[in-house]
Write a protein that binds this ligand. Structure first.
Ligand code: TYD
Ligand code: MG
Length: 455
């Protein structure tokens, strides 16, 4: 009989290796490979042989199915990110940096759900019940009908949940849970994977929705194997910059709603409060028009969000000038700088460039290209754009400007916030135009000439 082989698994990406190595071939991470004991030889390890299974009932694709029922908690920002409320029997993962406010968010959500008639159990593996209670007191939720426990043994937790039959169970965090059937330390890949698998199958079997909290590594991934993200129905990231009070809950995967949807919250002394109009908040700190500051009309999920993009360009003492980016992709900045140089003859060599999205927002849309280019040019030429102007459009490598989706929504939001001019790519589909004066540009050279009088 073949000897059971131990396998070696990368904690970052979950790839299996035959032997230990200092570096994972699959993802390139160092010191991430750990030894894993094989599963006890059970039926799952043996070939099915000739044994017969039972017959599964097959259905037509056309079988009518009612949309899943949903529980709404009443916090608009959260319900929208969930795709219109919490779906029973679904498994969610909420990831985020330590200290960003995951436990706070989920305790508040638990209280809201419980208050809305959705019985809720909150299990903390990180804090003692007294600590959770203290937090609840600070949040003004002491009287909320949420059931509480501090426990890490998953077998006990599942037994308790099965007896209690809540509609929602919150597990804070998946890295602290352990299963007595798995022979490795809590937080290890095998434990996290096995615990997540148990909890997800438990959710499907019992109809109880389960929310798992997950920590994020320095690289911004949920610690433990990626497979946890594949197992659950919905993955939400809770993000924000330290030093800013804004927090953004972003759906990166959602089997029951749109991905890329965001909810915006503000961290206050008494917990998180929802921000129903993020554009107004992100622009609230904007002062007089200043060189390097440009308002970008973006779309996050299904909703337009206006943000301020700020650039600073200064002569560099370094042979390799600095390129510092916060809230945008640094690769995208390099591309835009290269296009400005190659197509418009505007060099940034010898200049330090700092680029920033105000308020701690992260912008990933290519539609931000033109706003980034405007901020860079405005900083370099020391010319402020008029305060009533928003900018959006994608820049192609040829220097041409491409129209982007949802132009109408962007314009409407800009008009609502009192902007009167929009700079966009020629070819943008503008219907009613919401009363804005729209300056359409076909390429970057025309834009530079028109807006900055250079080129
Ligand atoms: P926490 O929810 O414990 O973060 P996580 O679970 O993601 O690790 O949040 C902790 C931070 O939030 C802490 O730095 C204090 C701050 N905070 C407030 O500003 N106001 C509040 O009402 C609460 C409860 C926490
Ligand atoms: Mg926590």
């Amino acid at each position: 009989m073949a000897k059971p082989v131990t396998s070696f698994v990368c904690a970052e990406c979950g790839a299996a290796h035959k032997k230990w190595a200092g570096r994972c071939d699959a993802c390139g991470a160092w010191n991430s490979i750990t030894e894993e004991k094989p599963l006890a030889a059970g039926p799952s390890k043996q070939s099915l042989g000739g044994a017969r299974g039972s017959k599964i009932a097959l259905q037509d694709l056309a079988t009518p199915e009612a949309p899943p029922p949903r529980h709404e908690c009443g916090v608009g920002e959260l319900d929208r990110v969930l795709g219109g409320g919490l779906v029973p029997a679904s498994a969610l993962l909420v990831g985020g940096d330590p200290g960003i406010g995951k436990s706070t968010l989920l305790l508040q959500a638990a209280a809201k759900f419980a208050g809305a008639g959705v019985p809720c159990v909150y299990i903390s593996g990180e804090e003692a019940s007294a600590q959770v209670r203290m937090r609840a007191e600070r949040l003004g939720l002491s009287d909320a009908p949420v059931k509480l426990a501090a426990e890490t043994n998953l077998r006990d937790i599942l037994t308790t949940l099965e007896a209690e039959q809540p509609a929602l169970a919150i597990i804070d965090s998946i890295q602290t849970m352990w299963l007595d059937t798995v022979d490795s330390a809590p937080g290890s890949v095998s434990q996290v994977r096995a615990a997540a698998h148990e909890l997800v199958t438990f959710a499907k079997r019992t109809g109880i929705a389960v929310i798992l909290v997950g920590h994020v590594t320095k690289e911004g991934q949920i610690a433990g194997p990626r497979v946890v993200e594949h197992m659950v129905d919905t993955v939400l990231y809770f993000e924000g910059e330290r030093g800013h009070q804004f927090r953004i809950l972003r759906a990166v995967k959602n089997r029951f709603g749109p991905a890329d949807e965001i909810g915006v919250f503000e961290m206050t002394g008494s917990g998180l409060s929802e921000v129903a109009n993020p554009s107004a908040l992100f622009l609230s700190e904007r002062g007089q028009p200043a060189p390097g500051s440009v308002v970008f009309a973006g779309i996050e999920g299904t909703r337009p969000v206006l943000t301020e993009i700020q650039a600073l360009v200064a002569p560099s003492p370094l042979s390799n000038p600095r390129r510092t980016v916060v809230g945008l992709d640094s690769g995208r900045l390099s591309t835009i700088l290269a296009v400005l140089e190659a197509r418009c003859g505007i060099p940034f060599a010898g200049l330090d460039v700092f680029l920033n999205v105000a308020g701690g927002m992260k912008v990933t849309e290519p539609a931000a290209d033109l706003a980034v280019a405007s901020a860079l040019l405005s900083a370099r030429e020391d010319v402020a754009l008029p305060a009533d102007t928003v900018v959006f459009g994608e820049i192609s490598l040829s220097g041409a400007l491409r129209p982007v989706g949802q132009t109408e929504n962007r314009l409407k939001e800009a008009a609502k916030l009192g902007f009167s001019t929009a700079i966009a790519a020629a070819g943008s589909k503008v219907g009613g135009s919401a009363g804005l004066n729209i300056r359409k540009m076909s390429d970057l050279t025309a834009f530079v000439g028109d807006v900055f009088g250079a080129g």
